[in-house]
Design a protein around this ligand. Sequence first.
Ligand code: XUL
Ligand code: CO
Length: 433
Amino acid sequence: MSDFFKGIPQVRYEGPDSTNEFAFRHYNPDELIMGKRMEDHLRFAVAYWHSFAWQGGDPFGGQTFERPWFGPTMADAKLKADVAFEMFDILNAPFFCFHDADARPEGATFAESLRNLEEITDHFAQKMETSRTRLLWGTANLFSHRRFMSGAATNPDPEVFAYAAATVKSCIDATHKLGGQNYVLWGGREGYETLLNTDLSREAEQAGAFLRMVVDYKHKIGFKGAILIEPKPQEPSKHQYDYDVATVYGFLKRFGLEGEVKVNIEQGHAILAGHSFEHELALAASLGLFGSIDMNRNDYQSGWDTDQFPDNVPEMARAYYEVLKAGGFTTGGTNFDAKIRRQSLDPADLILSHVGGMDVCARALKAAAALLQDGSLERARSDRYADWDRPANRQMLSASLETVAQRVLDETINPQPKSGRQERLENLWNRFV
Ligand code: XUL
Ligand code: CO
């Protein structure tokens, strides 16, 4: 037991009137929502990188946090893991997520990095014997080290492609060993800075081949979790290939992998792509791609990826409405890919950021479930399309252009516009949030 969180109690549900900072006011794991425990709906995960590996740097300044585990040795990595599992316990977090580079020191060679990863993930496995926290997903960091500056799978240098493949294999192995429920691929530098030095056709072919290898390997080792791509439009690259859900779908179709891979949708990435979070969720669900979410927002004034904890219940309610409509999570969950601000130095800040985020999501889930159960919104939506259920109208979808044109003449069709009723639906929505 480290003394990092000394004096901080286990966080428990105390109800909306509690004034205890270290209590949940809305996140009540055992409360039944639509017949399912709240914990099983939300499936919260702590992101190892932001909470334990990030040192507080921004483009203008370096480290602001002083943590006893910041250092290059395996002993540092193990202390970091011990403190991480202490935080998972304090929060009663059902899941965590990690990249290889968050957890182990970089070795001088690939073989040494691999040994370090195996040692630290064995340490995780040992911690997991007494902890209730499971692994939601593992992933590889293919973007921080300078070897990946021009991409991983899409690098012009085949040696980098090979190194990235070896890295991803090691991370799938680690995820599988720890019973991870998903494996995530975020193409952090799979994109380009300038078309002047970029061959789009080759890079897409490389990315397709890489993903095919990942999917084949998953089946070979019997990994039952989902492979998830996390879309993002830009940053770090000027243009990222996994721009948004629609782009990822096109890519998967092109390489015949649409039945094999789903998406991990991040709130802030959706906004950077010029969409809303709920748009990305609804589209993924309608394409059969919905997998998991990263529930972290950006600052609306700054316009970049600030990875903040969610604090806006009505916005999150839109998201959980789509999650519930999609049938809820199966292997996926709600990962807080969120970091405290660089001025938030205290150990308590790490805990309270998660407490607040979990409460916001819980309130949002409750509002979304109430509206879905009420049914008025879904009834209004299906009424709007009801005429399409009449056989004569449905048949048009498989008819020829001339047949439909003839119908207009025969039946003297002359459409009368109908209200979209947006404001009435907005008012309905606001009754529930
Ligand atoms: C970066 C991002 C990543 C992925 C995992 O914007 O969201 O942390 O979630 O690599
Ligand atoms: Co993310």
